[in-house]
Design a protein around this ligand. Structure first.
Ligand SMILES: Nc1ncnc2c1ncn2[C@@H]1O[C@H](COP(=O)(O)OP(=O)(O)OP(=O)(O)O)[C@@H](O)[C@H]1O
Ligand SMILES: [Mg+2]
Length: 244
């Protein structure tokens, strides 16, 4: 199976070479665990390698995301200007039934519905030669639906459409319970890979650990491994134990 460099130092070693191409991988983590950093770091690496990236911002306008990540020293504006990373503002989707007028031009969606978001993604992938997608986070989409059945149907449609693009996609999602008591979340069943970002309190310290819960089709390390967020983004220590 062909692999893609993740851009996250140490992670490729856990994956035995990188993400399997064409799969959809869920990144599950609590607030501040580094989901957005992970998503952008992945796209940035692709952009450096000449693989076009699409960032679908579900929670905050892309401008805010870019400014939040400005301390990492990644030239996101430059990548956007040269068309190597395309940012889509999908935050109107959070407002249920909201048909808000947005600026003309570009790829801003006028009336954001679930269907129009999917159409926009597919159009950009076709027209701009995208091979990496990040959707960050999927949670607002799920909050639009009241019943578990509707949520399941919408998520399934969304994941199927990501898969059809043939891109290698990252979808982030918020951890809704503690890592120790958690039950599996619906989106974990629907994605081909799941990566957990744990934040654990141990002896008065916050310990960050990353764990590949599943990655269909490849052999991978399944242990929780320490990671840190530093000035170059996320770095994983693939041979260390978290309490070792
Ligand atoms: N230059 C930096 N060096 C070290 N840590 C940083 C730096 N810039 C940001 N951080 C930290 O990175 C963490 C991860 O932020 P990020 O936005 O990626 O998390 P998130 O999981 O997307 O959070 P949210 O749930 O709020 O969307 C933040 O808690 C922040 O303190
Ligand atoms: Mg985030």
């Amino acid at each position: 199976m062909e692999r893609l460099e993740t851009g996250i130092r140490g992670l490729d070693e856990l994956l035995g070479g990188g993400f399997p191409r064409g799969k959809t991988i869920l990144v599950v983590g609590s607030p501040g665990s580094g989901k957005t950093t992970f998503a952008i770091q992945y796209l940035y690496r692709g952009a450096l390698l000449g693989e076009g990236g699409l960032y679908v911002s579900m929670d905050e306008p892309p401008e805010n995301v870019k400014s939040d990540l400005s301390s990492f020293g990644w030239d996101l504006d430059g990548m956007e200007k040269s068309g190597r990373i395309i940012f889509v503002d999908a935050t109107p989707l959070k407002r249920v039934g909201g048909a808000e007028e947005l600026d003309e031009g570009g790829y801003e969606v006028q009336e954001m519905t679930f269907q129009s978001l999917i159409r926009t993604i597919r159009k950009i992938v076709d027209e701009e030669g995208i091979s990496r997608i990040a959707v960050d986070p999927i949670t607002p989409l799920m909050l639009r639906y009241e019943t578990p059945l509707e949520r399941r149907r919408a998520l399934l449609t969304f994941f199927e459409n990501l898969s059809r693009t043939k891109c290698t996609s990252i979808v982030t999602t918020e951890l809704r319970t503690s890592v120790f008591r958690r039950s599996f979340q619906l989106e974990e069943f629907l994605s081909q890979g799941v990566i957990l970002l744990h934040s654990i309190f141990h002896a008065g310290n916050l310990v960050r650990a990353i764990q590949i819960e599943k990655m269909r089709g490849i052999a991978h390390d399944a242990q929780p491994r320490p990671y840190r967020i530093g000035k170059d983004g996320i770095e994983v220590f693939p041979r260390d134990k978290i309490f070792g």
